[in-house]
Design a protein around this ligand. Sequence first.
Ligand SMILES: [Zn+2]
Length: 76
Amino acid sequence: MLSCKELVAHSSDFLDGQLSLRERLSVRAHLAMCRHCRRFIRQMKVTQGVLRALPDAAIPELDALAERLAQQRRQP
Ligand SMILES: [Zn+2]
């Protein structure tokens, strides 16, 4: 079972489809159990969707936003 911290570490790869089948299953199993991480992944998806919709110039600020979301998630 992944910890929440591990899930956060894997989250971008998960959303990019870069994880192995086994890793993906671990992430999904964690998400099924943990509503906090479900919310985190949902926020990540929204952030990624915004990233894709915007021109390159806007990306540094959104990176900072994604980082801030990740940091909020790490706090107890
Ligand atoms: Zn979790």
